[in-house]
Design a protein around this ligand. Sequence first.
Ligand SMILES: Cc1cc2nc3c(=O)[nH]c(=O)nc-3n(C[C@H](O)[C@H](O)[C@H](O)COP(=O)(O)OP(=O)(O)OC[C@H]3O[C@@H](n4cnc5c(N)ncnc54)[C@H](O)[C@@H]3O)c2cc1C
Length: 501
Amino acid sequence: MTVGVWILGDQLWHNQAALNRTDDESALPVILIESWQQVQQRPYHQQKLVLIWSAMRHFAEELRGAGCQVTYTTSADFETPLKAWIQAHAITELRVMAPNDRPFLRLIQNLQLPCKISLIPNNQFLWKETEFRDWASSRKRLLMEEFYRASRQRFQVLMDGNKPVGGQWNFDKENRQPPKGKLNTPKALWFEPDAITQEVIEQVKSLSFPTYGNLEPFRWAVTREQALQVLNNFIEQRLPTFGPYQDAMVTGEETMWHSLISPYLNIGLLHPLEVIQAAEAAYLEKKLNLNSVEGFIRQIIGWREYIRGVYFYVDADYFQKNWFNHTQPLPEFFWDASKTDMNCLHQVLTQVEGSGYAHHIQRLMILSNFGLIAGISPQELENWFHSAFVDAYDWVMQTNVLGMGLFADGGVLASKPYAASANYINKMSDYCGGCKFDRTVRSGENACPFNFFYWDFLARHREKLQSIGRMSFILANLDKMSPEELATIRQKAADWHLRSQ
Ligand SMILES: Cc1cc2nc3c(=O)[nH]c(=O)nc-3n(C[C@H](O)[C@H](O)[C@H](O)COP(=O)(O)OP(=O)(O)OC[C@H]3O[C@@H](n4cnc5c(N)ncnc54)[C@H](O)[C@@H]3O)c2cc1C
């Protein structure tokens, strides 16, 4: 029997389950494939293509260095090079670590190959799908906070026996501060492209199909060694003050105190457990503030695992969910930031074009908040997110965009829609200062679209929203508005859509 391993582009880790099942890894035939068809499903950010292909090529080099028989190939599809490689090496069993995305799982299951295919359970997350299912199946509601506590207990992270360190599970009250005065933000750690990355950049420049965003400057890490440097830099320079301004947005400050590690976690260059352990060790050794360390660890051991767990737990038709029946087309400015005068959207979209990155609150409270209140089709917006971000994959897109961002699942994930007017944006950012729209006006001449869309959204869905307990206070405010003003607001929202068609 000859075993061969196919390594997917988001499984670039020496201990990944399909590789570490053999005693003598070096004797293994291994294949990595760049497929042209795969990247034409949507106009991907050019930097994502460089990130994945360069990281794959670097990983292949590392495996070669370790003595593996590596085949690295570029092809239209996956099946053709797989068949040729199976025949050339007389492979009888093809091992693949189970992909994280349902569509890719289907692709593997539909391959017609002349050997057995073994899917090895994925070990790039802390919770296996079956373990999440066991946790979830006995519950009425899948509350993230409950999952987070279970996760902390299970992996004994920031625990003092059975109790959370510091006597509380969550210190968010000390975080969420608005940006005030001059913030001394730390410099992000970026990298110059090496020869392999340069070659991929040239390849991406010559692509003949549609892509998105700017190709250069490309500054992302593409090896495990570089990803570890980013992690260490975060622990040293950013984690100590990660908490307080976690939700703040400032013009020209693209990364604030965020870790920038999602692109690497999502392709296997970093493992969630080592990230959590590094943060906990820094807390213990350097006596860092618990609000920052707990806030960060919650993102990984809580949110990230939960988002992926829910993705596999819900039905496969989750991607079609549209609880509010929103059908407005995605405005053109999502693909070209220069086409909007709304400064917050202009700033965040310009940033995404430049790097494929935005931090959580920019994604949630600017980009998807606009989609939610303006009634954009959830599927169109999810598609856009999937195209635009360097860390986007099916497992993380669906639950974050459709569930958390757009409430398209009717509340599987979020306990109420994350809908907000210009008030929130003005409180948590400096974007409104440089905007031609007036953040204080909701129905007049220069009203901020976030204002009229917000009230239009509440009025449009009053009946549905009434069933959500946490909305009652906000709906009471809607009821205080005069019918004349509400009619003007709703007309402004309708006109905006007409104008943008
Ligand atoms: C609408 C929307 C779309 C999103 N799209 C993506 C995406 O395509 N890819 C992606 O990895 N994350 C996505 N997120 C989650 C989160 O915004 C990003 O993980 C985070 O901004 C990445 O930047 P960072 O590494 O600097 O994160 P930090 O703020 O430093 O957080 C640390 C880590 O926590 C994890 N994390 C935190 N929240 C989440 C979450 N909700 N889901 C998954 N992981 C989380 C990430 O791995 C992140 O690297 C999305 C969130 C929303 C609301």
